[in-house]
Design a protein around this ligand. Sequence first.
Ligand code: PLP
Length: 389
Amino acid sequence: MFTPKRKIFLSAPHMSGNELHYIKDAFDTNWIAPLGPHVDAFEKELAAYAGVNDAAAVSSGTAAIHLALRLIDVQEGDMVFCSSLTFIASANPILYSGAVPVFIDSEPETWNMSPVALKNALLAADQEGKLPKAVIVVNLYGQSAKMDEIIALCEAFDVPVIEDAAESLGSTYKGRASGSFGKYGIYSFNGNKIITTSGGGMLISNDVEGLKQARFLATQARDQAAHYQHSQLGYNYRMSNVLAGIGRAQLQILEDRVAVKRTIFNRYEQEMAHLPGVRFMPELEHTRSNRWLTTLTLEEKEAGVSIGVLLAALAEENIEARPVWKPLHMQPLFEGAKYYSHSSNESVSEQLFKKGICLPSGTQMTIDEQMRVIDCMKQCWVKEKSISA
Ligand SMILES: *Cc1c(COP(=O)(O)O)cnc(C)c1O
């Protein structure tokens, strides 16, 4: 009988085993609620890890972004700038707030927000007399954006930065934790992220008062009263004590996971960097990427192999690989939204979307499994050579 080869996922959850200890504690003490000692402890431990004053544990990274927009008082009709090359979750909360997204292109060295495009967008907005209420900067696939340049620009125009570090927990920029640079930073613990609580997120900041308000908004904005009284719009966004327990154990092995992700990246690079047309995602000087997903671009002409052929060959082998995120300014949902490109003749995010693919990078993947991916890819070049010979 034909047995299909074991599926190799892009990035599967990877428990350490110690999570069960925390889950059992939650059960034993009956703290089965969106509050409790694990929630408090997880917040403290993550804030300490990121080197910030405070952290608020919430139900998702998306919820954390939404709360950050509320704290900045983003309202209907306001403008919010956002990286274009990212997952939709970065920008959906802009729409939840009734605000108008404006998308900013990437630059080639980090694939993240282009300071050149951001400057042009800020200047144009300033000229029109309406600056954005916030700038959402994403650190894609673990690589930090050019934070010095971006923060300097936003400070010059007095616009707060929300750092979407959903994919870059464990990464550093000039020695400091990714996510800790904006007025607010957010992490995600969704199932595919570098550490996971199955679902969850964190809002971090040095603004302790702001995060107090975030916790208030995240628990239906209940006023101080024995009866249920509400004078503001709130949400049900807090993290469960059971899931926070999982998060505490996951945080303890974060450094190991980063090390393994980086080893996976290095092996791909070592084995495939010589293939014609292949370029791996760069790592900006003075940054350390968690290499959440190994990504590369393929110059089809130089390679003689197309992205379509490559993805089909991998799928055939039961290997999950994907194109990089489709830029948000190209999404039907955001049709008509303003977009500022890196230069007048170069839209970097569109090029990356056309050429980029993400390879399986799960920390539980064995060397044999990774070699299956590598061999499958190399075969595409060999076949191409034999056809053209
Ligand atoms: C995963 C992700 C999010 C959202 O996180 P959730 O916890 O799934 O809501 C936001 N931004 C980026 C870039 C992400 O990859």
